[in-house]
Write a protein that binds this ligand. Structure first.
Ligand code: HEC
Ligand code: HEC
Length: 399
């Protein structure tokens, strides 16, 4: 669906509609002060600073989420913790005093305000006034790329950075804004949980992708499904053009040139990158796969089923490190996404903690790992037996 006729309406809301490349900063911008020494490196080591940026740094994006979208008002009046959890927001249990949830009214927006005041909503930073109003609200990388271990209850627990939040309905959250034109709101409401379209405000197409893991990327040359650039390219793109951080990003091919001073994005990109590269792939959960079947599946993966020719085991399971990207038709993928970006091809996805983040492929077209195997079996005419398919799935779960 093309909604480029909405470009003027979108441009008022979102940066980087092609003919509308800049956004001015409202004078009332609120930016949370970082811990002393954060940006000068005086006190904290590099990954620790990166962790702070990843979890808590909004890049000064509050004017967009507060003054433009008015989400602070919506949250304060209409979003109870029950509603927040239902749209996939996660609560960091370590920010709450013991027994807090047992006694709190989970149907009251006032409790959400209290959670925000305690900095307990993963990926959302708010300034709450003494009389319990949300003065400003912004988002961080952790919103989409962290989840929790559900240790307390579903959606509440310890943070797991780097695992994608596949419950998060970003579209439904943005659609809560009272200022969106109905056609734009309809697009946001169509995405569903775990998906986001980071090109919609640029080209007006509605074709969201599954939020990927931001871990296990050590030694992977290019990021994003279409291999647009290294980690820092995406981080810069998303922080400026999607989160609406106050910083600079330019890409001549995409026709984007946003320069904002002060730049709250570019100076933190190196420590942010270091933190992401320090996030290793978590091991498969205890008892989540059958080791003997996985061993047989590995043989199939390496030899019989051709998987290893692209997912090269010694190169983080991707041939992108050899400079290779694949035409959509090579692996039977929907071409729309690739065509919207620069390379017109897909990167072989590095295979990381696969059991922990269904669905699969950029568009989530495979709901399960068996669906992935069935896709390749059909597309490459592999002729795998039902037992071989199961073995291959067990191997994928072991990665
Ligand atoms: C609104 C949700 C959202 C936010 C906020 C967000 N991302 Fe992403 N991230 C995505 C989506 C969707 C993709 C896939 C983009 C693509 O492939 O076109 C992605 C891709 C990535 C990737 C590439 C992973 C891979 O294997 O290709 C990394 C790394 C990443 N994000 C880190 C970050 C960091 C760091 C931040 C903060 C600056 C951030 N993201 C903010 C949704 C988000
Ligand atoms: C010709 C190269 C090629 C071959 C051969 C290949 N893949 Fe892939 N694989 C890709 C590409 C490209 C993607 C990304 C597709 C997308 O996101 O739409 C991908 C994605 C995947 C994913 C999704 C990962 C995720 O996190 O979403 C899995 C799982 C996977 N492949 C497993 C396999 C298995 C198992 C085989 C062998 C049966 C195999 N692949 C054969 C290139 C290949």
């Amino acid at each position: 669906m093309r909604v480029s006729s909405l470009c003027p309406a979108l441009a008022a809301l979102l940066v980087a509609c092609t003919d509308h490349p800049s956004l001015t900063t409202p004078a009332n911008q609120v930016v949370r002060p970082p811990p002393a020494g954060l940006l000068t490196g005086a006190r904290l080591d590099v990954p620790a600073r990166g962790q702070y940026i990843f979890r808590h740094w909004t890049f000064g994006d509050e004017p967009f989420w507060t003054d433009t979208l008015h989400l602070n008002e919506v949250v304060e009046t209409a979003v109870s913790p029950a509603t927040a959890l239902a749209v996939g927001l996660k609560v960091d249990a370590e920010r709450l005093p013991p027994g807090f949830l047992g006694s709190a009214d989970l149907t009251s927006p006032a409790t959400t305000v209290e959670l925000l005041r305690r900095d307990a909503v993963v990926g959302v930073e708010a300034v709450v006034t003494a009389d319990r109003h949300i003065k400003s609200l912004g988002i961080t990388c952790a919103l989409c790329h962290s989840t929790v271990d559900n240790a307390v209850t579903a959606g509440v627990g310890r943070r797991l950075d780097g695992l994608p939040n596949r419950d998060l309905n970003v579209g439904a959250i943005v659609a809560l804004s009272p200022v969106l034109p109905p056609a734009v709101r309809a697009v946001f409401n169509s995405w569903g949980p775990g998906k986001y379209d980071a090109e919609f405000n640029r080209d007006g197409l509605n074709n969201p992708v599954v939020i990927p893991p931001a871990l296990g990327l050590q030694g992977v040359a290019l990021e994003t499904y279409t291999g647009e650039g290294p980690v820092t390219y995406w981080n810069n793109y998303v922080a400026v053009t999607q989160m609406h951080g106050h910083g600079s990003f330019s890409d001549a091919v995409l026709g984007i040139n946003i320069q904002q001073t002060p730049d709250r994005v570019t100076p933190v990109l190196p420590v942010l990158r270091a933190y992401q590269l320090s996030l290793n792939t978590p091991p498969p959960r205890e008892g989540s796969f059958d080791p003997a079947a996985a061993e047989r599946g590995k043989q199939l993966f390496d030899a019989t089923a051709r998987c290893a020719t692209c997912h090269i085991p010694s190169l983080a399971f991707t041939d992108v490190n050899l400079g290779i990207l694949h035409e959509p038709s090579e692996t039977g993928m929907d071409p729309v996404r690739a065509m919207r970006l620069k390379n017109h091809k897909y990167r072989t996805t590095p295979l990381r903690a696969l059991g922990q983040h269904p669905p699969y492929f950029h568009d989530g077209s495979a709901a399960t790992l068996l669906d992935v195997v069935e896709h390749y079996d059909r597309f490459f005419g592999l002729g795998l037996s039902p037992q071989e398919k199961k073995d291959l799935v067990e191997y994928l779960k072991s990665l």
